[in-house]
Design a protein around this ligand. Structure first.
Ligand code: 5AD
Ligand code: SF4
Length: 478
């Protein structure tokens, strides 16, 4: 959308997004003045922790930063404005933020223009904000997951005062559309279809930091995808914590499968991906749509978490081992060449060796293309944190190593089955190590490196998979 005509000197509009365009103009003036004082253009650097959802949020932050006049600086410590978009899904994510923030505090001492903003999931935890207020006074702006659209307003507020600006909301039912976005790739993009989560898996902090589930209006989603297609995007990734429950809370409810059929109709979009699916909500309707779709990629990320029905119950996952395996069978029957990936947690409270063997059993039966394996991390405020029988660390470590070995052995075998075939590949980048090669992604999400000209980036090309190198291929265009 074009910027609404708003005078800088009138009072800020109350409605969104007009209010934010007003503050973008205001912040732009302030950034210009600061830049004149510094005698150079001011720069920003956004560091993103966590998932695809956060990556998409960072593109929105970046859209606002560019709009108000900052330019990007690749080196975090040299930037005038550093933004950490944080994750809190596991404790080690938090530790990384504190560690890096300490270093940044030193860099700030030698750059008088430097500002630091922290946002994202970790900021939704009250004890984190308390700690920052007490021990990290050099931070300029703190905000959470519900109000990133207000970034320009917060920048203006900080630049007009000398105080730390803190704005955290507990929850929200609002979705603000039509704000600027700076996409990382010209040819593919994430698209939010829903926010928040209502599942309350007993180990998971996400429902507390991302709030209640809200689906975006399908018309807005399709309009955004049409615009992306007109702008040269060929692949979209529909994003939500639990995409399979999309649409349930809309005034005119619609299913995720129905939404996918609408996205399929958008000319110019050649590939559709989505993240993340909860097994309990994955419908037969969706399986059917995936089976007949020309555009939905042959890849499904289907978090297992545990293979033990007893532990799944304690996790509040609301499916059993047998139901999960049956679902996998049904998906494979409808989409035979599908690649399946998963998330697994080891060391959930009360997990016995027998429970763990059930997890290994599922891994051996499903034969995942790849699996993200996590050591259980206790998150304050979740039901699992209060459970007794936390598993000793050495036991967890041993199980984790055994699981990882199994997962890696299987995925090397599964990956190799495509050797010799010709696949449609989206050329995504010049290879990091060898500039004569391009790196492309297959429908099933595997990567292949092949000789090619950078002008092919963003195009779908046919590549023969010549050799499998464990988790990726070397190939040649045909
Ligand atoms: N400890 C370990 N792993 C977790 N995950 C979510 N919460 C925790 C936790 N407390 C994992 C799950 C989820 C992935 C995004 O992170 O496997 O699917
Ligand atoms: Fe993403 Fe969850 Fe981490 Fe937030 S806490 S960034 S939603 S993985």
């Amino acid at each position: 959308m074009t910027d609404p005509e708003i005078s800088l000197y009138s009072a800020a509009p109350a409605s969104e997004p007009e209010r934010q365009y007003y503050f973008m103009d205001r912040a732009k003036e302030l950034v210009k003045e600061a830049s004149e004082r510094a005698g150079r253009a001011l720069t920003f650097h956004v560091t993103t922790f966590g998932c695809q959802m956060n990556a998409r949020d960072s593109e929105k932050l970046e859209g606002i930063l560019r709009k108000v006049g900052y330019i990007e600086e690749a080196d975090e410590e040299k930037a005038d404005f550093v933004i950490y978009n944080t994750c809190t899904v596991r404790e080690n994510a938090n530790q990384r933020v504190y560690g890096r923030l300490g270093q940044l505090g030193h860099a700030k001492k030698s750059n008088p223009h430097m500002m630091i903003a922290l946002c994202g999931c970790m900021m939704q935890e009250p004890q984190v904000v308390e700690k920052l207020k007490k021990s990290y006074r050099f931070v300029d702006i703190i905000f959470g997951t519900h109000n990133i659209y207000k970034f320009a307003e917060l920048i203006a507020a900080r630049m007009e005062s000398d105080r730390m600006v803190i704005d955290i909301w507990k929850d929200t039912d609002r979705i603000v559309e039509d704000l600027p976005v700076a996409r990382k790739y010209p040819f593919k993009s994430g698209v939010n279809i829903m926010f928040g989560c209502n599942n309350f898996c007993s180990y998971c902090i996400v429902p507390y930091v991302r709030g209640r589930e809200r689906s975006r209006d399908p018309k807005m989603i399709i309009r955004e995808i049409e615009k992306l297609a007109a702008d040269g995007v060929v692949e979209v990734m529909l994003l939500g914590q639990n995409v399979n429950s999309y649409g349930k809370t809309l005034d005119q409810p619609m299913t995720f499968a129905q939404l996918l059929e609408e996205v399929e109709k958008v000319d110019g979009i050649r590939r559709i991906r989505f993240m993340t699916s909860h097994p309990k909500d994955l419908s037969d309707e969706l399986i059917e749509v995936m089976g007949r779709s020309e555009k939905i990629c042959r890849h499904l990320h289907l978090p297992l978490q545990s293979g033990s029905s007893r532990i799944l119950k304690k996790m509040n996952r609301r499916y059993t081992k047998e139901q999960y395996l049956d679902l996998v069978d049904r998906i494979r029957a409808a989409v035979p060449d599908i690649s399946l990936t998963t998330d697994i947690i080891v060391g959930f409270p009360g997990e016995t060796e027998e429970d763990f063997l059930e997890t290994l059993d599922v891994v051996r039966r499903v034969r995942y293309d790849s699996a993200f394996t996590f050591i259980y991390s206790k998150r304050t405020g979740t039901p699992a944190a209060a459970m007794e029988e936390q598993v000793p660390q050495d036991v967890v470590k041993d199980r984790f190593d055994r699981l990882l070995r199994e997962v890696q052995d299987i995925s090397a075998q599964v990956c190799a089955v495509h050797e010799g075939t010709v696949q449609e590949v989206l050329a995504e980048s010049v290879n990091d190590h060898d500039p004569s090669l391009l790196t492309g992604r297959m429908s099933n999400n595997l990567l292949v490196h092949f000789p090619g000209d950078p002008s092919l980036i963003g195009r779908l090309v046919k590549v023969r998979l010549v050799t499998c190198r464990g988790f990726y291929y070397l190939g040649e265009m045909v």
